[in-house]
Ligand binder design. Structure first.
Ligand code: 2IT
Length: 445
């Protein structure tokens, strides 16, 4: 039998100074511990010990030359967390906050997220403490070449398939894939999120944001509700936030906020036109990491150095980075009448914030369920690459909708409590866990 406190104390001892990893594992272990303790096969297989230990962690040196001719050194990582149900799959994050603990939490989360998608993908994550912010294209190119020169030793279309995450978009994936191809001389589905001219999938750039809104639509319907007239707060202004703003608008809601490290934008007219969406992408590609210019261009309010969670809304979607919404934010949102909270970034809420929503019976979706559309379409990109085919946008979008509906149904099945409240955190964790755990038991050790 597992006992949560002693198990977590051991895990913390084994993984010191990795608070995000401990936060992510504690949440999953809390959700699944009864399922495990009631299953003799899981117990005999020591499943919690085995599923919380990454298969492999690779760290490497990344040396590159900046525009002043000076040598720079960063650290690169790939965490190959679990490949029980398919090749390691998950993004690369280039951001100054990246540590081994960050990538272990993300690789762990990815394992269950990928399981939920219904596609055969294991969990992995990688990246570097290098940030593209303030760098020239030439510097980013040199960094990506050096990073891939080492990473290519460990990845392959049936082994480990990286993609983008924070700081890794179309430009970086292009540079990384170019270097892979230069070294290996092969065109394969070794990365996803590729450009459309070299094996990418239609709808992949939109997939995370669109998928989140499809999930939210299912969530609304499960509560007898619709998007019509809903006021929405988004944080962030990158690729995920962009897709979310477009799809929320198309589904009848009004997005009123986006944010950056410099503060947030409140646009009471709605962030709802192709011109405004295009401007978001322009802000991102400028590499400056600020949203303030949006206010000047569109006559919106800019609130410096604050998060958008103080704005009264019906639905809140953290779309930026882990732990961006804390207990204080959660209390403000609930006081202001928020009806649904949907993590769109990975672990966007602190444990205390998530618990506060659940205790207050606010429908609260965890990132591993709500944002799985991105990696799901990555899986569809792998399928297309393996077949040397490309599917129409409508086909990919239709498959994405089905996958998000299936993830929502899994959450309802495993997470509905006696009083009818759908605990999406518990539902997603149990559903994602069972498939990986069952596979591990069948595969032996
Ligand atoms: O967090 C995520 O799911 C991603 N960054 C996407 C990963 C992928 O392989 O497309």
């Amino acid at each position: 039998m597992y006992e949560i406190n002693s198990f977590m104390a051991e895990l913390e001892k084994k993984n010191p100074a990795q608070p995000e990893f401990i936060q992510a594992t504690r949440e999953v272990v809390e959700s699944v511990i009864d399922v495990v303790n009631n299953n003799p096969v899981y117990l005999k297989n020591k499943i919690l010990d085995r599923i919380t230990e990454p298969d492999r962690v690779i760290t490497f040196k990344v040396e590159w030359e900046d525009d002043h001719g000076e040598i720079q050194v960063n650290r690169g990582y790939r965490v190959q967390f679990n490949n029980a149900i398919g090749p390691y799959k998950g993004g690369l994050r280039f951001h100054e906050s990246v540590t081994l603990g960050t990538l272990k939490f993300l690789g762990f989360e990815q394992t269950f997220k990928n399981s939920l998608t219904t596609l055969p993908m294991g969990g992995g994550k990688g990246g570097s403490d290098f940030s593209p912010k303030g760098k020239s294209d030439a510097e980013i190119l040199r960094f990506c070449r050096s990073f891939m020169t080492e990473l290519q030793k460990y990845i392959g279309p049936d082994t480990d398939v990286p993609a983008g995450d924070i700081g890794v978009g179309a430009r970086e994936i292009g540079f990384l894939y170019g270097q892979y191809k230069r070294i290996r001389d092969e065109n394969t589905g070794v990365l996803t999120g590729k450009g459309l001219t070299f094996g990418g999938s239609l709808v992949r750039p939109e997939a995370t944001g669109y998928g989140t809104m499809y999930f939210a639509k299912n969530m609304l319907e499960a509560h007898g509700d619709t998007f019509e007239g809903k006021r929405i707060a988004l944080s962030g202004f990158g690729n995920v936030c962009w897709g979310a703003a477009v799809k929320a608008t198309q589904l009848g809601a009004k997005v009123v906020t986006i944010s950056g490290p410099d503060g947030y934008i409140l646009d009471e007219n709605g962030i709802n036109t192709p011109e405004k969406w295009a401007f978001m992408l322009q802000l991102r590609s400028s590499n400056n990491d600020v949203v303030k210019p949006y206010a000047q261009k569109f006559g919106a309010v800019f609130v410096p150095k604050k998060k958008p969670w103080e704005v009264p809304v019906d639905m809140a979607f953290p779309c930026a980075i882990q732990n961006e919404m804390n207990l204080e934010d959660a209390k403000t949102l609930v006081k202001n009448g928020v009806k649904y909270v949907i993590e769109t970034s990975n672990m966007g809420c602190t444990a205390e914030a998530a618990t506060y929503f659940i205790d207050n019976k606010i429908p609260f979706a965890p990132g591993k369920a709500a944002n799985a559309g991105g990696v799901a379409v990555s899986g569809l990109e792998m399928s297309q690459n393996a077949q040397h085919l490309s599917w129409r946008a409508e086909e990919v979008d239709e498959k994405l909708k089905h996958i998000m509906a299936s993830i929502h149904a899994s959450c309802v099945k495993e997470g509905t409590e006696k009083d009818g409240y759908i605990n999406y955190v518990k539902g997603a964790n149990i559903a994602g866990f069972k498939k990986v755990a069952d596979a591990m038991c069948l595969l032996g050790y």
